[in-house]
Design a protein around this ligand. Structure first.
Ligand code: NAP
Length: 246
């Protein structure tokens, strides 16, 4: 049993954080990056994970995807979160290319409907042309539109399987894969045994889980981490209400 007392504070060193999330030297590797609240929500009252995240969580999020080849995201997340252009920081481009990687990760979106924000920066401003993976049931007109904005890959089955996603990306030389959710897509990766690593942040807030309209919470409620006990793979966190707890 390991006990870590007291929260870490201050800025994280980006390179040290990235080093804590190494990629294997070879072969495909799929890691999930998600943040969850104390009440198990994946999004706050604003419907995005932004309100349940923080600057340190975002630093880890950036570090986890920094030297990835591909970032896999479900269409629900793209619609909810408004992803910006997929680019690498200028300082990382040289290191990536020296390692034989493309200048920036490719965004790979899984969508059945192909109802995606084609005019957004993600599609117009990313370093690499986005890849969209869809099922065989996607309407022809939607496929025609999608093909103008991305590399469209149609799976042989009605739904896209995680294995199809991984095999498609690996065939393109993209073996370091981050799955950024959301929960529906992640569940499928886990169910199919295609997840190698789970990088999960527990955010010290309650988000409220009831329907947003008429829900009891209109904002997240923050608690303070008092300690973490680490045993048998479980993290037993003690949180106190702001002000100290009685
Ligand atoms: N806490 C976090 O770290 C985190 C991370 C990501 C997202 N989120 C939050 O999670 C919420 C969205 O969650 P979600 O579970 O609805 O989103 P999701 O998993 O990103 O997207 C679900 C959508 O992805 C497509 N999809 C998923 N599996 C598919 C398959 N096998 N074949 C074809 N298409 C497939 C479908 O798109 P179509 O509808 O286009 O067919 C489906 O409606 C948002 O509130 C977001 O902010 C939180």
């Amino acid at each position: 049993m390991q006990m870590i007392l007291g929260p870490t504070s201050g800025d994280l060193d980006d390179d040290a954080v990235a080093a804590a999330y190494p990629w294997p030297e070879e072969g495909p590797w799929v890691r999930a990056m998600m943040v969850t609240t104390l009440d198990g929500a994946a999004a706050g009252p604003d419907g995005t994970s932004d309100s349940i995240s923080s600057s340190v969580d975002k630093a880890v999020f950036d570090a986890v995807r920094r030297f990835a080849d591909a970032v896999v995201v479900g269409a629900g997340t793209i619609r909810a979160e408004g992803y910006g252009a997929m680019r690498a920081k200028p300082a990382d481009v040289g290191r990536r290319t020296a390692a034989g990687q493309a200048a920036a990760p490719v965004i790979a979106i899984v969508s059945g409907s192909l109802d995606l924000p084609w005019e957004s920066e993600l599609f117009t401003g990313s370093t690499q042309r986005p890849v969209v993976l869809t099922g065989s049931g996607a309407p022809t007109s939607a496929r025609d539109t999608a093909s103008q904005h991305c590399d469209l890959v149609v799976a042989p089955e009605e739904r896209v399987t995680p294995s199809f996603v991984v095999d498609t990306l690996v065939a393109r030389g993209l073996r370091r894969i981050v799955c950024e959710g959301g929960p529906s897509l992640l569940e499928r990766f886990v169910a199919e045994g295609r997840l190698d690593e789970a990088d999960i942040t527990v955010s010290p807030v309650f988000a409220g889980l009831t329907e947003r309209a008429g829900g009891a919470q209109d904002a997240v409620r923050h608690f303070d981490l008092a300690h973490v006990i680490h045993a048998e793979g479980f993290l037993m966190n003690r949180y106190l209400a702001p002000g100290g707890g009685r």
